[in-house]
Write a protein that binds this ligand. Structure first.
Ligand SMILES: [Zn+2]
Ligand SMILES: [Zn+2]
Length: 345
């Protein structure tokens, strides 16, 4: 089968590999029907994910059809259409039992697919702990509707969930990239009074206004003044930092009102400064990533009910054989790309 492979730092190649086989009674083999490219794939390509193993198939955001299951798999069977969770988790350890699946203590737990083990930019993928890692897609939900459920939508859903958003709130989201937009869609489910989205990229702000007309948009320069003018208590009641830029952590806490919850979803390239003397008396509450991706059944239900729709984020579609071109477009943000879907034809 064809598999897009991390050959070495700076180099991915589409290679022929053997089809994966079951290695454990809790594994499933999934025939991938639609995959996508995530910025974390680019981090692997650029060598900034030290635990990524050269030779592995990349890709951790995909949907497919169960082809085969191990003897201990109970929740899915061959023929089921499924989303694949970016996180591998056992479902049984101290952290998993509390829903903190990102901290699963199993040696194979965490972000394994497309990083430490073969992922899904390929025709088939082996999914460990299939009872936890796969969720059935309702019949009326398409692959394109379900594509982001296991990764960026899981992140946005989790972030909106922990941000403690109330109906009177002004919510500030920093970053209108794919994860920022999924976060926006999930924040809107909570119907706060106002939502402000900030990004450096005017085309992304225009995208927000086109798809979510009730949302306010702002650039980072003078953001604090903008937030003060569009909030009721001297700043945003909840801030979700999904940008991970050089200055965005500082912006996040500066734009928050006293006693606000600041949720940090972003992954930074460099350490960030927490200037406690400057923020003394603001009594902020910080919550930090990464995602506990165990609510996929909930997001699939919301998609089925028509309450959540991330299909506008799929701006481009390429077949697997042209995935290098798709990466190039995504990496260089050409042609207004938000997300690329990869088909297996
Ligand atoms: Zn990702
Ligand atoms: Zn666990």
């Amino acid at each position: 089968m064809l598999a897009y492979t991390y050959v070495e730092r700076g180099r991915f190649e589409l290679l022929q590999k053997p089809k994966p086989v079951l290695q454990d009674a809790r594994d499933a083999i999934v025939r991938v029907t639609l995959a996508s490219i995530c910025s974390s794939d680019l981090h692997i390509k650029h060598g900034s994910v030290p635990r990524a193993v050269p030779g592995i198939t990349v890709g951790h955001e995909m949907v497919g059809v169960v082809e085969q299951v191990g003897s201990a798999v109970a929740t899915v069977k061959p023929g089921d259409r499924v989303t694949v969770n970016v996180e591998t988790f056992c479902g049984e350890c101290f952290f998993c039992r509390r829903g903190w699946v990102n901290n699963c203590t199993d040696p194979n737990g965490g972000w394994a697919l497309g990083c430490r083990i073969d992922g899904g930019q390929a025709e088939y993928v082996r999914v460990p702990f299939a009872d936890q890692g796969l969720d059935k897609i309702p019949d009326t939900v398409s692959d394109r509707q379900a594509l982001f459920v296991g990764d960026i939508l899981a992140t946005g859903y989790w972030a909106a969930q922990i941000a403690e958003i109330g109906p009177e709130d002004t919510v500030l989201i920093l970053g209108a990239g794919p994860t920022g937009l999924c976060t926006l869609a999930c924040v809107l489910l909570r119907a706060p009074r106002r939502v402000i989205v900030c990004d450096l990229d005017d085309s992304r702000l225009a995208f927000v206004r086109a798809h979510w007309p009730g949302v306010l948009t702002a650039r980072p320069d003078h953001l604090r003044e903008f937030v003060l003018a569009h909030s009721d208590h001297g700043g945003a009641d909840a801030v979700l930092e999904v940008a991970g830029g050089q200055d965005t952590f500082r912006l996040a806490w500066q734009c928050a009102r006293p006693n606000a919850v600041v949720t940090v979803v972003a992954l930074y390239d460099a350490p960030q400064v927490l200037p406690l003397p400057e923020m003394y008396g603001k009594n902020l509450i910080f919550k930090t990533g990464g995602v506990d991706g165990c609510h996929c059944a909930d997001t699939l239900a919301l998609i089925r009910q028509g309450k959540l729709d991330t299909t506008p984020l799929i701006t481009h579609t390429y077949p697997l054989r042209d995935i290098a071109t798709a990466y190039d477009l995504f990496e260089h943000r050409r042609d207004g790309v938000i997300k690329v879907a990869v088909t297996m034809e």
